[in-house]
Design a protein around this ligand. Structure first.
Ligand code: MN
Length: 396
């Protein structure tokens, strides 16, 4: 058996009201899950995923590992069906599992979504997993630079998550264990705040995995803490029986569920295009009732409410008076409303354009992702027609 030593830490951060991240430490199974979805959905999805992974007993191949992740996915999908208020919930999952493949000890890694697994190498941090995000797909296709991806407004859009479809696409890696190797599993709240060098610095300097995990989470929260932060540091203390030569990059095999260039996007949640940022900060939109104290206060509140109602109706008029060409999942569409919405009036899809995001001309892409605004629908249609004409024809 591979002998591990590990440490973990998690924090809600400075902005979010709840911690939707979950972690599992049940050697030889280690998991980080980052839940998404309102009404506690994110917490539930991540918790169900972790509970299912805790049931994993012996893993003899990456296929066993994929099946475990599929089982966790089915549990979340079933739960969404039972509790409609949780519909649309999902979670990322990254797992590191000690496996016995034939006569050899192996590390199995599974990934869905944008949580990550890194290996700490002498010359820096090596990201083993690949993010399943819109920006990652655009970078892979050469349509966005890695640098721009770091600050892209839509960097939180994940293209795969557990809990969305009956089957989930799982990427796996089979690695050879080497005594002294250190692995890091983390949610995006860590690498969204700290650079690879900053992360590497802590992991190389702090020997105790628990102290390293705590220090990383503390630094990420101090750097902004805009998301939940979860860190799991796993050290290989003893690699057990390893019969064969292990390559320098430790990788024995890689299994990716879809070819790199295929952009597979999450189906729209029940709310349609009004919630294109499932991983963004939840805003509480309930309006508080005025306190019931005195008639004077009552009158004052009534006057304020009338003023607000007048303001509100002009906001509605403003919010709905414009059109823009933008993206809905992987399709180009014309929205009624304003990019990003106005207050809580989200734009709605007015009509689709028969054009997918991946077909867009490189020069048009950033504009369309940001949303190109028009005062009337005909102008938006004219622009959409021009986009179609410029669209690249050499892509599928
Ligand atoms: Mn997150």
């Amino acid at each position: 058996m591979i002998e591990f030593r590990w440490g973990s830490a998690t924090d809600v951060g400075r902005v979010r009201q709840a911690n939707q991240d979950q972690l599992l430490v049940a050697a030889p199974v280690f998991v980080v899950a980052d839940g998404m979805g309102g009404h506690n959905g994110g917490e539930v999805a991540a918790a169900v995923a972790v509970d299912e992974m805790a049931k994993v007993d012996t893993v003899a191949s990456v296929d066993d590992l994929i099946e475990a992740v599929q089982q966790a996915n089915r549990e979340i999908v079933d739960r969404s069906k039972l509790e409609p208020e949780l519909r649309g919930m999902g979670t990322t999952l990254v797992a590191l599992v000690g496996m016995m493949v034939g006569d050899s000890q192996r590390l199995g890694i599974a990934n869905v979504g944008d949580s990550r697994l890194y290996r700490v190498a002498d010359d820096g941090l090596v990201q083993v997993t690949e993010d399943h995000t819109l920006v990652e797909a655009l970078v892979r296709d050469g349509r966005l630079t890695a640098e721009d991806a770091l600050t892209h407004p839509q960097r939180n859009i994940v293209t795969r998550a557990l809990g969305i479809d009956e089957k989930v696409l799982v990427d796996t890696w089979e690695l050879g264990p080497v005594a002294g190797d250190r692995y890091l599993l983390c949610s995006d709240g860590l690498f969204g705040e700290l650079s690879g060098d900053e992360i590497q610095d802590v992991l190389a300097r702090v020997e105790d995995p628990n102290e390293a995990a705590i220090e990383l989470v503390t630094e990420a929260v101090e750097a902004g803490g805009r998301d939940n932060v979860t860190v799991l540091v796993v050290d290989v203390v003893d690699a057990g029986d390893v019969d064969d030569e292990i390559p320098d990059d430790r990788i024995i095999s890689i299994h990716k569920a879809v070819p790199d260039s295929v952009l597979r996007l999450e189906p729209p949640p029940e709310t349609g295009p009004s919630d294109p940022h499932p991983d963004e900060i939840e805003v509480d939109r309930t309006i508080e009732k005025p306190p019931f104290v005195t008639w004077r206060l009552g009158l004052f509140v009534a006057a304020v409410l009338i003023v607000l109602a007048v303001l509100l109706s002009s906001v509605v008029a403003y919010a709905r008076s414009s059109y823009f060409v933008g993206t809905d999942q992987d399709q180009v569409v014309i929205y009624r409303g304003r990019p990003g919405g106005v207050l809580w009036f989200d734009p709605t899809v007015e009509e689709p354009v028969v054009l997918s995001v991946s077909e867009l001309d490189d020069e048009d892409l950033p504009d369309v992702i940001a949303g190109v605004q028009f005062d009337d629908l005909d102008d938006a249609r004219t622009y959409a027609a021009a986009l179609s004409e410029r669209a690249s024809t050499d892509e599928p």
